[in-house]
Design a protein around this ligand. Structure first.
Ligand code: ATP
Length: 263
């Protein structure tokens, strides 16, 4: 049941582990003019590899959300390049950009944004239904099992805990087999235990389902679930850490904040 789209079909998740899912090159984003001009991103170079879990950290105002929004085609860029796979986002008109976001990108936000009148399963498959695509039943089953939602599919959001609702939101993001998932503070509305569980499931979706996840977070513990942490300060990538642990991330953050105060 292949359906013609404006883009080549995304590779099966895991089909090309280690290749680049998204890339920014000399990416700059300026808001405002004159006295109100803010360089939110200043010549950022960063790659997000397939089947890798990356956390983006940095002090408030360092450009984390702007980077995520520019990479996800939710905001325009001022100069440089932002690519999903081989597609240069700046070359797409609004219609093609909307389609790319729908077909190739998954989103998870702090607010779960589930429809209250639909069951968990209906929420998970809704974006596919809107896109006129039939869900891949086997894939949806794997996602649901990986996220520990098998016994909850007939429940409505009000019958689920916050952690379960956010897992439904992650399942919804995964259902279309996106090339990359952008998560903005996905544990921001969860208590610490549900947050830890959600992060464990996100980690598992990268390991077991070979998904690519980029997560903006303020929380060093959340970042420690990632394979890699990219640190932003004043709109620039200033450091990177692999196989992070929470203590080391916290120390690095404190160091940036101390430097920021003395500059
Ligand atoms: N729409 C906008 N108009 C003007 N300036 C903006 C806009 N969005 C962001 N900025 C500015 O760009 C800079 C980076 O903002 P951004 O929200 O990306 O930072 P952040 O690291 O995500 O911050 P936080 O951790 O507080 O969410 C900040 O100085 C911010 O004030």
């Amino acid at each position: 049941m292949s359906r013609a789209t404006a883009f080549p079909a995304p590779p099966a998740p895991g089909g090309a582990v280690g290749t680049v899912a998204a890339r920014a090159t000399a990416l700059s984003k300026v808001y405002g003019h004159g006295e109100t001009r803010v360089a939110a991103l200043d010549a950022v170079d960063v790659e997000f590899r397939r089947a890798e879990f990356t956390a983006i950290m940095g002090p408030s105002g360092s450009g984390k959300s702007t980077l995520m929004h520019c990479m996800a085609g939710l905001d325009s860029i001022s100069s440089g390049s932002a690519r999903i796979g081989e597609v240069e986002l700046a070359t797409l008109d609004d219609r093609r950009l909307t389609r790319l976001r729908r077909d190739r990108i998954g989103f998870v936000f702090q607010a779960f944004n589930l429809l209250p009148t639909l069951t968990a399963l209906e929420n998970i498959t809704l974006p596919l239904a809107i896109a006129g695509r039939r869900p891949d039943a086997e894939w949806v089953e794997r996602i649901v099992a990986t996220l520990g939602l098998s016994g909850r599919l007939a429940h409505r959001p009000s019958q689920l805990s916050g952690g379960q609702q956010q897992r439904v939101a992650v399942a919804r993001a995964l259902a279309a087999k996106p090339e990359i998932i952008f998560a903005d503070e996905p544990t921001g509305n969860l208590d610490s235990r549900s947050g830890a569980e959600l992060l464990g499931f996100l980690h598992e979706s990268v390991r077991a389902l070979e998904q690519t996840v980029v997560m903006v977070t303020h929380d060093p513990v959340a970042a420690s679930y990632a394979d890699r942490v990219v640190f932003l300060a004043d709109g620039r990538i200033v450091d990177e850490m692999h196989e992070p642990d929470a203590g080391a991330v916290l120390d690095r953050m404190k160091a940036f904040e101390a430097t920021g105060r003395t500059n």
